[in-house]
Design a protein around this ligand. Structure first.
Ligand SMILES: [Zn+2]
Length: 344
């Protein structure tokens, strides 16, 4: 099947190169390098230019432009996605990538084209992985509109995005919850002691490092079930009004604590409370500069309230893995920005 359609694909791709050369002056400088490399790779190797249908190596995300994007779009079209090969990574392209990712459990439905997405697209191209365009995510849900909430398709992924636009599926409960071996300021075996296993292990390592640094860090609140969040939010709403309550407390299903990837931390200096004073303690300062080394981020940083839609919470740690945490820390961005998902 692939072999039969190969000449058409080659022609299409050649067409794109010609078209790009004429019309995409501005993108030629940024993408010239990649294109050159591809041409060099093909030079003198194989007359049968099978490599023409190469998926880009570069990470591509919303608003990326150029030949790489066009090539990716051509391949998505070939797989049956109804999108335009415009050379601009638009909302439709993002939807196609998200839909594709959501059909493979190993991929987070981020809408970002990256190395692992590339690998699975390759499998789809050579027929070893079957996909059904549109089966994962309905197309009209690709763009996040304000006050429109999307149910995430990857609740167990460590990069899962849970916020006021992205909620966990009904009844979601992580399967691998454990109690991390770290100090808590209370003795009871409460659900809030729990975290998902990978996050718990990382938390233990981080606490070992804080102890070595002579600090007194305590874990205060981890996993929270949908029902518990419902009770909390109802109570806060009663006290402060629903809108005000939503500035510091999540609606049920929209709390990161339900993922099992979150832990609120505190210290004796502030009497184990969870408030912004934590950011001024030695423990809080250490966390800000070192948590990423263990795969954690400060999920609601100061100055990013417009993006996260939560007030500054120096105590709320979210596990995302070391790779993402490093980028988020170094670039001083939020998880929303890292995933390229922002309100529109
Ligand atoms: Zn929290």
């Amino acid at each position: 099947m692939i072999r039969g359609s190969l000449p058409i694909i080659i022609l299409t791709i050649m067409g794109i190169f010609v078209l790009s050369a004429c019309t995409n002056e501005q993108t030629a400088t940024t993408n010239g390098e990649t294109v050159d490399n591809e041409i060099q790779n093909n030079n003198g190797t194989n007359q049968e230019k099978k490599d023409e249908l190469v998926l880009p190596d570069k990470k591509l995300t919303i608003d990326s432009k150029g030949n790489d994007v066009q090539q990716l779009q051509t391949i998505l079209k070939k797989l049956g996605y109804d999108i335009k090969a415009s050379g601009t990574f638009d909302a439709d392209t993002e939807w196609a990538i998200k839909d594709f990712q959501s059909q493979q459990v190993k991929l987070a439905a981020t809408g970002i084209y990256d190395k692992s997405t590339k690998e699975w697209l390759e499998k789809a191209l050579n027929g070893s992985f079957n996909i059904k365009p549109g089966k994962g995510i309905a197309k009209n849900k690709a763009t996040v509109k304000e006050s429109d909430t999307i149910t995430v398709s990857n609740p167990t992924d460590k990069l899962v995005l849970v916020n006021k636009q992205h909620e966990l599926p009904d009844g979601f409960e992580p399967k691998d919850l454990v109690v991390p071996d770290v100090p808590f300021p209370f003795k009871e075996d409460l659900p809030k002691k729990y975290m998902r296993k990978e996050a718990a292990k990382a938390l233990e390592k981080m606490f070992t490092a804080t102890e070595k640094a002579g600090l007194e860090l305590y874990a205060q609140s981890g996993y929270r079930s949908y029902n518990r969040q419902q009770v909390l939010f109802a109570s806060y709403s009663e006290q402060h009004g629903e809108k005000e309550a939503n500035k510091f407390s999540a609606r049920p299903g929209e709390s990161e604590h339900q993922t099992g990837l979150t832990m609120d931390v505190t210290s004796p200096d502030i009497k184990f409370q969870l408030n912004t004073d934590f950011g001024k303690t030695d423990e809080g300062k250490w966390i800000r500069e070192n948590a990423h080394k263990f795969g954690f981020i400060i999920r609601y940083p100061k100055g990013k309230e417009a993006i996260t839609e939560y007030q500054y919470e120096p105590w709320h740690l979210r596990y995302v893995g070391k790779e993402a945490a490093k980028v988020i820390y170094e670039q001083q961005i939020t998880l929303e920005e890292y995933l390229g998902v922002l309100k529109v």
